[in-house]
Write a protein that binds this ligand. Structure first.
Ligand SMILES: Cc1cc2nc3c(=O)[nH]c(=O)nc-3n(C[C@H](O)[C@H](O)[C@H](O)COP(=O)(O)OP(=O)(O)OC[C@H]3O[C@@H](n4cnc5c(N)ncnc54)[C@H](O)[C@@H]3O)c2cc1C
Length: 395
């Protein structure tokens, strides 16, 4: 047997690649995980500020909306490998879980044990524990994991020929793309595999940052840095509608955070993929002036003054409901990537590429991304476990 031949090669040792390796016992066959960087699971380690918001409580039925227009396509794999399964797998590995208030979450009571949990974390609040559990199981399943193994070429012959950047070649019957998106390229997720797949002729929807802070022209709130306003409605208008304010690209409600440079907080992160420089973003605070922080009241009054220095109450009322800004930029360091391998290219029952035999795509490399709250790591688990089911059958 050719020592460079593998039954399955996973490209990328991030959350999704390792979740697949942890779900698939390679006894009797050969599996390799090729990681381009020198570190394994870098993005998983930084998830949730190092605490790792691994999934969300509640019924999996409610998850579908969290992925926007891609939610329906993901429904089947989310249902089949749901949040309860992920939570049970982790506790089975000795990783106890807790909600964001530190209250224990026990998935052995079924979904009831997780219903009101909201964001779910390892009880230790350490991403490392999740990574160690995945690595432990991947190793018990017989996977060989190679770092500094960046893939630079992929070609289909009888099997898949994989070329590494150092010129080394290997072959695999099945290849799983688990190479993530384009943000935080220093973690290794630099979009290089998306370019390779583009060259293969796979339809790639333009990747762009999502879950990112937004910057606006004439930002007046620098001095409010660190202040969070709850339940703010944010509307992103599409560019053709920016002048007329008619065509809304998206409308969301949630907590807004002022930073020194711009806007952040869950509602901004979640809406960021729907806006671009030059477009209009509207903040509706849904509050009376006196309900806002004192410093913000002062800034709003200043902004409402007429040329004679008087506060124009009609302008003030307008600012409370329609604080409009022109977007100057969306931070490139989004927590996730919107865009990627088009879901039309992938059979979502198996995660197989429809037009390329023996090729699978999972995790953030797909054109699917969720809002904040653990939905992106759940997506990694659901797509990885779905691919594992199919690869197990194919063995
Ligand atoms: C700061 C931050 C906080 C986050 N917090 C959360 C959170 O709390 N909850 C949540 O659900 N989600 C969170 N996310 C998102 C979540 O971490 C990602 O969606 C998830 O880790 C993606 O996993 P992945 O395996 O698909 O991709 P990645 O984790 O990006 O892994 C892809 C791997 O492939 C490797 N690779 C890429 N190209 C090649 C190549 N050519 N050859 C070989 N290897 C290659 C990369 O080096 C990388 O290791 C956060 C993200 C960030 C950046």
């Amino acid at each position: 047997m050719n020592e460079n031949y593998y039954d399955i090669a996973i490209i990328g040792a991030g959350a999704s690649g390792l979740m697949l390796a942890a779900n698939l016992d390679m006894e009797g066959s050969r599996g390799i995980v090729l990681e381009g960087s020198s570190c394994i699971g870098s993005k998983l380690l930084m998830s949730g500020g190092g605490h790792c918001n691994i999934t969300h409580g509640g019924s999996i039925k409610d998850f579908v909306y969290a992925y926007g227009s891609e939610g329906q396509a993901l429904r089947r794999c989310l249902y089949r490998h749901n949040n309860l399964e992920l939570a049970r797998w982790l506790t089975g590995q000795g990783v106890e879980l807790a909600d964001e208030n530190g209250e224990p979450v026990d998935p052995s009571y079924g979904s009831n044990g997780m219903d009101s949990a909201g964001r779910i974390f390892p009880a230790s609040m350490k991403s490392r524990d999740v990574l160690d559990a995945l690595l432990g199981e991947a190793s018990r399943n017989g996977w060989q994991i190679e770092t500094d193994a960046k893939v630079s070429g992929l070609r289909k012959d009888d099997s898949w020929e994989i070329t590494l950047i150092n010129g080394y070649e290997l072959w695999a019957k099945n290849v799983v793309i688990a190479s993530g998106g384009i943000t935080y390229p220093e973690t290794g997720s630099d979009g290089s595999m998306l370019e390779i797949m583009d060259d293969l002729g796979i339809d790639i929807n333009e990747p762009r940052p999502a879950l990112a802070p937004v910057y606006v022209d004439n930002y007046p709130y620098s001095e409010l840095s660190g202040i969070s306003i709850p339940d703010v409605t944010v509307i992103a208008f599409s560019s053709d509608a920016a002048c007329t304010c008619k065509g809304k690209a998206a409308k969301m409600k949630g907590d807004l955070l002022f930073t020194h440079e711009g806007l952040s907080g869950p509602v901004i992160l979640n809406i960021s993929k729907y806006t671009e420089p030059g477009e209009l973003i509207r903040l509706c605070y849904n509050k009376e002036l006196y309900e806002l922080p004192k410093r913000m009241q002062r800034i709003l009054r200043e902004r409402s003054r007429g040329i004679l220095g008087d506060v124009r109450t009609n302008v003030l009322a307008l600012l409370l409901n329609q604080d409009d800004f022109t977007v100057s930029g969306v931070d490139k360091r989004g927590m996730v990537t919107a865009g990627g391998v088009s879901l039309d290219e992938v059979d979502m029952h198996t995660m197989r590429a429809k037009r390329f035999e023996g090729l699978y795509v999972i995790g953030e490399a797909l054109d699917a991304d969720g809002i904040t709250g653990g939905y992106n790591l759940q997506l990694c688990w659901s797509t990885a476990a779905t691919a594992a089911d199919d690869l197990r059958k194919a063995e």
